[in-house]
Design a protein. Structure first.
Lengths: 74, 139
């Protein structure tokens, strides 16, 4: 039973390892999808926006984690 | 008439995009994509059966490669391995999410290499930034 619990916990962590990151990625993809579907935004521009957002989120997420670890070291 | 190729802006149009994201989170998309790169392009992916067989074959292929490559791979530092996997997932995730949203990437699949290069640069810079922040905190 504990193995099953571990597997389920690992699976959950795989999807939501960082709740902030998961939520922002979902919001970002939905935002870009709404822009492409609901406005006359060319899909390629939407794709580039998606890439820029992902890069920004990656940098923010790394910075956030580094600051948290730095705080815990003090 | 909708401005975007006659597609309606109904909210349920977003559902396939969510499915696309879920697929990437499950690694199914990247694995299938890798199989396509390895010669699976001839398979018809318009129905779910060939697509499922496609994914199953990709899974088997990855297992076989893993069985042969696990010894040398076990010598690679875990963080470097995670860095590489994260890099590929980021690039493939953006590529396939874009495809799901109707983006036609310039040069099609070759755009993946550009995405990998961009994410590699960003990740290396982010790692450097994280190291600097941690060292500053330690001083």
């Amino acid at each position: 039973m504990s193995i099953l619990k571990d597997v389920l916990s690992e699976l959950f962590k795989m999807f939501v390892g960082d709740a902030w990151l998961t939520a922002t990625i979902l919001a970002m993809v939905l935002g870009v999808a709404a822009l492409i579907d609901g406005t006359s935004l060319p899909p390629l521009v939407g794709g580039l926006l998606l890439l820029a957002d992902c890069i920004a989120m990656l940098v923010l997420s790394v910075g956030r984690e580094a600051r948290q670890r730095a705080r815990s070291q003090r | 008439m909708h401005a975007n190729g006659g597609r309606t802006a109904a909210p349920w149009h977003l559902i396939p995009h969510c499915g696309e994201i879920a697929q990437h989170f499950c690694d199914g998309g990247p694995v299938r994509q890798q199989f396509h790169f390895l010669g699976g392009q001839a398979l018809d992916t318009t129905s779910s059966w060939p697509a499922s067989l496609d994914a199953l074959a990709a899974c088997a292929l990855v297992l076989v490669i893993g069985a042969f490559a696990h010894r040398p791979l076990s010598q690679v530092p875990e963080n470097a391995l995670k860095f590489g996997v994260g890099l590929m997932l980021s690039a493939l995730g953006v590529f396939w999410t874009g495809e799901g949203l109707g983006v036609e990437w310039p040069e099609h699949d070759l755009a993946l290499l550009v995405l990998v290069a961009i994410f590699l640069i960003v990740r290396l810079m982010s790692a450097r930034m994280a190291r600097r922040l941690t060292m500053e905190a330690a001083q």
